[in-house]
Design a protein around this ligand. Structure first.
Ligand code: EPU
Length: 420
């Protein structure tokens, strides 16, 4: 297990330019969408993160051939060689569930391990299953696996009871090869879903309502090869915006889409952080001498993202006053808080709320990363803590941030990976 060591002097000034990578949560469904055609797919702006390697291992087992050259991926699934996503891979990465819809649609059969809970909550997949059943699949849950079968999926109307990003993606992909029209209602609005829809359209799918809650898909079997660019990672960008704000820095973020960051920008500005749009692909962030406290409630896009909750919690430890952070998406996403307490933060958790009292001086300590965004929040806290902060189990960080410590180092942080 790797560790990261950060040596803070309490107030380092991060300064410079940072290039944001492609979005982890957009590339994973795009890779599984390549199961929908036997032709070649080319994806650009691939983030080189562990989850990408995990999904590629899974895809190889299903019959994919691929080459990854820098940030470009060529992938082709001429024939499906297996319809099974094993427990081992699904445990390593829940997003493996995204092969369920496309495998079933193309091959008429899919066997995928049930993901179960994870570090941030119970995370059921009932909405994926109900939707596929409505498309005509017969689904059995046995021995910890989902066994789905359908000779041909049939278009229908599906209304999601609750917003689900992965559920929307799985159903969209399945609907592309279904017979007739599928109407998906109460779809999630995350930019990663629009990015997937645009890719499916390039593959020949007929989709109306991209970026809206109701999406209509006319099945068009077969789909064909296409080239597509993955959108920038709005959560990586948000993490760097908070890094700039916390360190009283002066950072320019490039290769981003500022319109995907509106809620995050609005919250940062409310706290006094200066953010300036330089052009359609870049922003400058400058930290405020005094950070103003505020309450945050996570909600589906365009609301405040749960994937930025942990990072904002750290920012609020540096704000004057009390902030109430309410987590509405996942039921156990406060594991970073015990670690932040070790650094001297004053935070109490009560149900779905974290009550943060600031401003507290943080002091370096040994901590443990528990999930991806919790790890990012510990890195942010380490940047401003006095002395040395050690973050153990940083593999979580590698799942979703490309070269985070190298990028921070270029900006002036004293951060390094140490082997154990
Ligand atoms: N839910 C159900 N039933 C379902 C599906 C979801 O009850 O069938 C619940 C979940 O338990 C959760 C809520 O609905 O409480 C939202 O889950 P959703 O399906 O939207 O999340 P996801 O697809 O599993 C994606 C991202 C997460 C991100 C969430 C919310 C990917 C690969 N993952 O997960 O990203 O937090 O949407 O925005 O896209 C991360 O990057 O750190 C991360 C966890």
């Amino acid at each position: 297990m790797g560790k990261i060591k950060i040596t803070g002097d309490g107030h380092p000034l991060l300064d410079g330019k940072v290039q944001i990578s492609g979005a982890k949560n957009a590339v994973l469904p795009a890779i599984t969408a390549s199961l929908l055609t036997s032709e070649k797919i080319r994806l650009e702006n691939i983030p080189l993160v562990k989850d990408v390697y995990t999904i590629l291992t899974l895809m190889k087992g299903l019959g994919a051939e691929y080459t990854l050259d820098k940030n470009s991926l060529s992938i082709q699934v001429k024939r499906i060689l297996s319809q099974e996503a094993s427990y081992e891979l699904v445990q390593a990465m829940r997003a493996s569930i995204l092969v369920l819809g496309p495998l079933l649609a193309r091959k008429g059969k899919a066997i995928v391990a049930l993901p179960g809970g994870c570090a941030i909550g119970s995370r059921p997949i009932d909405l994926h299953i109900q939707g596929l059943e409505k498309l005509g699949a017969s689904i059995q849950l046995e021995h910890g696996y989902i066994r789905a079968e359908a000779s041909k999926l049939q278009g229908t109307e599906i209304e999601f009871e609750r917003k689900t990003v992965g559920g929307t993606e799985n159903l969209l992909m399945a609907a592309c090869l279904a017979k007739g029209e599928t109407v998906l209602k109460n779809c999630s609005l995350e930019p990663e879903i629009s990015n997937l829809c645009e890719f499916l359209v390039k593959m020949g799918a007929q989709i109306e309502g991209i970026g809206e809650e109701t999406i209509r898909v006319k099945g068009s079997d077969p789909l064909h090869g296409a080239t597509h660019e993955i959108i920038p990672d709005r959560i990586e960008a948000g993490t760097f915006l908070v890094a700039g704000a916390l360190t009283y820095g002066n950072l320019t973020l490039t290769h981003i889409q500022p319109q995907h960051l509106l809620t995050i920008i609005e919250k940062l500005k409310y706290s006094g952080v200066k953010i300036e749009k330089l052009n359609n692909r870049s922003l400058r962030v400058q930290g405020a001498p005094k950070i103003k406290s505020q309450d945050i409630t996570t909600s589906p896009y365009p609301g405040f993202p749960t994937d930025m909750q942990a990072q904002f919690t750290v920012l609020m430890t540096q704000a004057e006053g009390t902030s109430i952070i309410t987590e509405t998406i996942f039921n156990r996403r406060f594991s970073h808080i015990n670690e932040l307490l070790r650094l001297g933060a004053n935070i109490e958790v009560s149900g779905d709320k974290a009550i943060v009292k600031g401003k507290t001086l943080l002091s370096g300590a040994e901590t443990r990363a528990t999930d991806l965004r919790a790890s990012a929040s510990l890195v942010l806290a380490g940047l401003i803590a006095q002395g040395e902060t050690i973050i153990n189990d940083v593999e979580h960080l590698d799942r979703g941030y490309e070269k985070l410590e190298a990028k921070l180092k270029t900006l002036g942080a004293q951060i390094e990976r140490v082997s154990t």
